[in-house]
Design a protein around this ligand. Structure first.
Ligand code: HEC
Ligand code: HEC
Length: 218
């Protein structure tokens, strides 16, 4: 991605800022076990000098449904995603452009910064019975495993050694639905052993809708 496209994105964000979509600064939370990589203080300064916060908010808890919440997400997961964008294993025009010139050290620091922020939380609890059932128990007859088995009983993720099962509970519904559709269609394929591709391929549209609905409320 060229410097020009990065400048274009920065320019577009400058306009958004003038229109008043910028959000108030947040204070870094205390260090927590989710912060396993990098230096959150350096990451905060780095984030302030860059455009991340314009879409994801200073504390990572974006209010725009298209932009995923990063707040409290495990830092090894965030770092892996940023490296995957940079190295082309995960596709997204904006995120690939923004990570293009960044080294592992910067990516680790910024990951630690967002991981140290308040954990993402749903604002509107939903009562999708199907979503809840799939999340808690899966559907063995259809080869769908329980999401909770990997993402934690509360959906807030699990850190197993170096492997981070990301928090998905309290994430934006729009983003969750999009990611599940992308895993299913193979557009996103960066999970270890393509595990999420296998799982999502067993989900129908109604399942995806129900899961996005239920998870976003946690
Ligand atoms: C113009 C808006 C925008 C800006 C600026 C931006 N992002 Fe993103 N970011 C997105 C979108 C959209 C996605 C979802 C991409 C997808 O659908 O796969 C995303 C995804 C991510 C993810 C993956 C989250 C997950 O749960 O898997 C991380 C991590 C991330 N961004 C970090 C950053 C960092 C660090 C910066 C600053 C260098 C940044 N973003 C700047 C829009 C933005
Ligand atoms: C065997 C373990 C496992 C199970 C079961 C599982 N997942 Fe995952 N999931 C993962 C891993 C690992 C990742 C991170 C992939 C990566 O590193 O890019 C992930 C990533 C995701 C993401 C992307 C999160 C983000 O921020 O972009 C979503 C959404 C998701 N899973 C939803 C689900 C749902 C819904 C279910 C149940 C139907 C489920 N997962 C079951 C292991 C699992």
């Amino acid at each position: 991605m060229s410097r020009i496209s990065i400048d274009l994105i920065r320019g577009a964000l400058g306009v958004a800022l003038l229109l008043g979509t910028a959000l108030a600064g947040a204070v870094d939370g205390p260090l927590n076990p989710r912060v396993a990589v990098g230096d959150p203080v350096a990451g905060r300064a780095w984030s302030d000098d860059n455009v991340c916060k314009e879409c994801h908010n200073p504390d990572g808890n974006s209010t725009v449904p298209e932009y995923p919440r990063l707040g409290g997400q495990f830092s090894p997961y965030l770092l892996k995603q940023l490296q995957d964008f940079r190295d082309g294993r995960r596709k997204n025009f904006i995120m690939q452009a923004l990570t293009q010139d960044l080294g592992d050290r910067d990516l680790a620091d910024i990951s630690a910064h967002f991981a140290a922020q308040p954990l993402m939380k749903g604002s509107t609890p939903t009562a999708s019975a199907l979503g809840r059932r799939l999340f808690e128990a899966g559907d063995p007859g259809r080869q769908i495993p329980a999401c909770a088995g990997c993402h934690g009983v509360d959906g807030k993720g699990v850190l197993a050694g170096k492997l981070a099962y990301p928090a998905i509970g309290g994430q934006h519904r729009f983003y969750l639905r999009g990611q599940l559709q992308d895993w299913k269609a193979g557009i996103r394929s960066n999970s270890p052993d393509r595990i999420m591709n296998s799982i999502a391929s067993a989900l129908g549209d109604a399942d995806i809708e129900a899961l996005a609905d239920y998870l976003s409320g946690l």
